[in-house]
Ligand binder design. Structure first.
Ligand code: PMP
Ligand code: GLN
Length: 381
């Protein structure tokens, strides 16, 4: 049929994961850990299933999880949040992003987006009839081009969709960059959808700052988190929106019409997870930082120019020094088929012509798997 989705392709993550399976390749493409999340969280989910927690839970989320989301907002960011009216539990951050956009935009509204961007943003903005205004970050520094960002805002701007810590760059936006964005939002009376799924995955003392905590922005932000990343359970698809009451109420209407509710046993388990002590969160990022270093050092030994990473699951690497003759799509296909290691081409995160000599590698894997991936690349190049 000819529909609004006719021009939307299959996501690069599905494409590359299928190719990895086909070639028995180590999948450092799609970002998912290869070990399970915490035992107590898993056990709570299993017990809740057997306990008969299997019918529709409350539409905006089970009370335990809404309270836990509010408590972590207070614990980590000093944000006071009403669990009854300012939290909406969703089926993953993916649904939260769509619900937040649905809550804000009308056809013809403009939404400012920063490239490289996560692959659901553009199709959803367009499905809603809104107009994307793209601003680009460029490697190797991924600095916010302030004049271009300011120029992307105008009388039709309804919102910015901001991802920090950022996929695929691993960039963590600084307080100064966020303050600049905050000023633009206030000047243009606009909102922010804050994709903060990697909020707890920052390294080397970098701290994630929610845009929502900046002066004047408490009522302009829908802040999105994901249990998938915070508890290494990406298949669970439990996300949460924190937003002022008026916005949360509209996002809840979107949720009501998209999926209505999210599995209750998983919600109860995630509530237990969010109650974990600070040591859990510190260990999570320390483990990932060590894996980032392991993979980055391995790739650098092979000859890649590896860019610095402050947060997320991902490292991006310039493969030109290896002398490969082709673009990033060809490179990622080549290493999957010939070396047995899969990565994601960074052009997948841009629209149109883009830097085409970077591959994104996920380091959220067991150390021995990262070592084997590096060994395979060493043998090949
Ligand atoms: N946003 C970003 C930036 C992501 O990398 C991901 C990764 N999956 C998501 C959203 C989706 O999160 P979820 O799996 O909770 O839907
Ligand atoms: N967020 C993950 C990534 O960027 C993948 C999510 C997906 O497969 N849709 O790799």
């Amino acid at each position: 049929p000819n529909s609004l989705l006719s021009n939307v392709g299959t996501t690069i993550f599905t494409v590359m994961s299928a190719l990895a399976v086909q070639h028995g390749s180590i999948n450092l493409g799609q970002g998912f850990p290869d070990t399970d999340g915490p035992e107590d969280v898993l056990r709570t989910a299993a017990e809740a299933l057997l306990d008969g927690r299997n019918q529709y839970p409350p539409m905006t989320g089970v009370p335990e999880l809404r309270r836990a989301v509010a408590a972590t907002n207070a614990r980590f960011y000093g944000l006071e949040v009403d669990p009854d009216s300012e939290v909406v539990v969703t089926s993953g951050a993916t649904e939260a992003i769509t619900a937040s956009l649905m809550a804000l935009v009308n056809p013809g509204d403009e939404v400012v987006l920063i490239e490289p961007l996560y692959d659901t943003y553009l199709p959803v903005v367009r499905l809603l009839g809104a107009i994307p205004r793209l601003v680009r970050l460029t490697p190797p520094k991924w600095e916010l081009p302030r004049a271009e960002l300011a120029a992307a805002f105008g009388p039709k701007t309804k919102a910015i969709l901001l991802n920090t810590p950022m996929n695929p760059t691993g960039k963590v936006f600084t307080g100064a960059e966020l303050a600049f964005i905050a000023e633009l939002l206030q000047k243009h009376d606009a909102y922010a959808i804050c994709d903060e799924v990697y909020e707890h995955l920052t390294f080397d003392g970098w701290k994630h700052i929610p845009l929502m905590t900046l002066p004047g922005l408490r009522d302009r932000c829908l802040r999105i988190g994901s249990a998938g990343k915070t508890f290494s359970l990406t298949g669970w698809k439990v996300g949460y929106i924190t937003a002022p009451k008026a916005l949360a109420a509209v996002a809840a209407k979107a949720h009501q019409n998209l999926v209505f509710t999210t599995p209750p046993n998983l919600q109860r388990a995630v509530a237990v997870g969010l109650g974990k002590d600070d040591a859990y969160f510190a260990q999570l990022s320390a483990d990932l930082a060590a894996r980032r270093d392991r993979l980055s050092e391995g790739l650098a030994r092979i000859g890649f120019t590896v860019l610095p990473v402050q947060g997320s699951y991902f490292v991006t690497a310039d493969f030109r020094p290896l002398g490969f003759n082709g673009d990033d799509v060809a490179f990622c296909r080549h290493i999957t088929e010939q070396a047995g290691v899969t990565a994601i081409p960074v052009t997948a995160f841009y629209e149109g012509a883009a830097p085409n000599h970077f591959a994104r590698f996920a380091f959220c894997k067991r150390p021995e798997v990262l070592d084997e991936a590096v060994a395979r690349l060493v043998r090949h190049f």
